[in-house]
Design a protein around this ligand. Structure first.
Ligand code: GDP
Ligand code: GDP
Length: 454
């Protein structure tokens, strides 16, 4: 086991070590129409969390990667969880409670132009009980005239109200500074636990077979592992032995416990998926083999890639497929999964147990690629050959060149190329492809960055 070792090089040779930080979570809560989604849009700087004018329309995303002053966090939008604005204090409080439970800090949004109402008070009670740090945003303060109304929010007893306008951006910078201050100093958790069991997340849309697969794994288990040296296990995780290797399955409580009866469950499920991916080293994304690949499947795959985690794709319910379906599945894989040719694909049945043992091999392989370190000498010998046989095309009379390369990080492998002139994107992708072929990075995202010297 060579986890965390630097190969031939000491730490000084690299920009980063093998630590992957788990991002803190900020939940945005408040009653409907106070401007939560607008504020989320403002913070993430995109129009992704579409503000809904139609009540009750389901939104399919709930958590977003956000960044303020270089600090990364996950922002949870609870806007749209409750569709009706009146008489729903209990429901609002219940939804807020779920989001708050999963959060490191809470951004509580109220409407300064309306003042506090019953539904606000219901959320305040939940906040008090949770003991989580709270930042109070008094929204819709579009100009100086409304500032005084924001000040009246002191009466909520949650400390200073930050007067903001989600719509125009007024005051949001100071508010975000306060949010960062409220976050725990050290990351709650890092993925660096040298020698501990591998962290694996089973993710996929509802009913794809996550809990069946977990049960299959747990059923094979010869002895219940409850005392692996040097590990503390999060109560929501489970240690399970698969083919002689102990894995820590992440957030199995969320898989085993059916949260389906709660309204807003899709949002909660999506948030849990995001969190599980963040906490895992390797993600097994389950996809229904017998049904067409969906947008939701692709979104989950992208979340894994964006998070930089090792990936195995499992087509489950293989027992339900026939020759015709398999033919179409191959076409769909070509059409929809061309961005994921680097991940192993295993056809399984959580019900019959088909190929389930192959999964653990694929997980091992993906993790090996994810942690690989290539020595600078080896890397540059490879780059030298590559540049000699496939030089970059001449651009405007000049030829961009790779001068030198180094692997700045693993988990996942990240390479920095020092160049004269700027490399084309196509050439960078070509280098990535060749790196994958040469060093066998099956199952791991690979990042190739460039530092150009003119
Ligand atoms: P949510 O239900 O809490 O997510 O609220 P939305 O973000 O959907 O916003 C509800 C309504 O308030 C929308 O019509 C927004 O355009 C409006 N709104 C949100 N923020 C502001 C603001 O800062 N100023 C003003 N004037 N309107 C806002
Ligand atoms: P989860 O929501 O992703 O945890 O999915 P479950 O494990 O609860 O499975 C949903 C349904 O699919 C259940 O009725 C399972 O019995 C069924 N199921 C799961 N895996 C398989 C499989 O490999 N083959 C078949 N035929 N059914 C399966």
């Amino acid at each position: 086991d060579t986890r965390g070792t630097d190969g031939e090089f000491g730490d000084g040779d690299f920009e980063g070590g093998g630590t992957t930080i788990v991002k803190p979570v900020v939940a945005v809560v408040g009653r409907p129409n106070v401007g939560k989604s607008t504020l989320v849009n403002r913070i993430i700087g995109r129009q992704e969390a579409v503000v809904q004018d139609v009540p009750g329309v389901t939104r399919d995303r709930v958590s977003y990667d956000a960044n303020w002053n270089g600090r990364e966090f996950i922002l949870v939008d609870t806007g749209g969880w409750v569709s009706d604005a009146t008489g729903m204090a209990a429901q609002i409080a219940e939804q807020a409670e779920m989001a708050i439970a999963a959060a490191d800090a809470v951004l509580f949004v109220v409407d300064a132009t309306v003042g506090t109402v019953d539904e606000d008070e219901a959320v305040v009670r939940v906040l008090r009980r949770s003991k989580k740090p709270v930042v109070l945003a008094a929204n819709k303060v579009d100009d100086a005239r409304t500032e005084a109304e924001a000040a009246s929010m002191w009466n909520l007893g949650l400390g200073q109200p930050w007067a903001v306008s989600a719509l125009h951006g007024r005051g949001t910078g100071d508010m975000l500074d306060a949010v960062l201050d409220a976050l725990p100093e050290a990351p709650r958790e890092t993925l660096e636990e040298i020698g501990g069991p591998r962290r694996v997340a089973l993710v996929g849309k509802p009913n794809v077979g996550k809990s069946s697969l977990l049960n299959k794994f747990a059923g094979q288990q010869r002895s219940v592992v409850d005392n692996v040296a040097g590990t503390t296990v999060d109560p929501v995780d489970e240690l399970v032995e698969v083919d002689g290797t102990v894995y820590r399955f992440i957030d199995t409580a969320g898989i085993r416990r059916r949260v389906k009866e709660a309204s807003g469950h899709e949002y909660y499920a999506s948030l849990r998926t995001h969190r599980a991916i963040e906490r895992a080293e390797c993600c097994v994304v389950l996809i229904e083999a017998a049904e067409e690949i969906t947008e939701q499947d692709l979104r989950i795959l992208s979340m894994v890639e964006d998070a930089g985690r090792a990936l195995v794709i499992a087509f489950n319910k293989w027992d339900l497929t026939d020759d015709e379906r398999r033919f179409y599945l191959d076409r769909e894989i070509e059409r929809d999964l061309h961005g994921f040719t680097w991940a192993a694909k295993v056809n399984i049945s959580a019900m019959t147990g088909r190929n389930v043992h192959k999964l653990s091999q694929a997980i091992e392989e993906a993790l090996t690629g994810w942690e690989t370190r290539i020595s600078t000498g080896k890397l540059n010998a490879f780059l030298g050959r590559l540049v000699a046989s496939h030089p970059h095309p001449v651009r405007g009379g000049k030829q961009p060149r790779i001068l030198f390369g180094t692997q700045a990080q693993n988990r996942p492998p990240t390479f920095v190329l020092f160049t004269s002139g700027k490399l084309d994107d196509g050439y960078l992708r070509f280098v990535e492809r060749r790196l994958r072929e040469e060093f066998d990075f099956t199952g791991t995202p690979v990042h190739v960055e460039m530092r150009a010297r003119e």
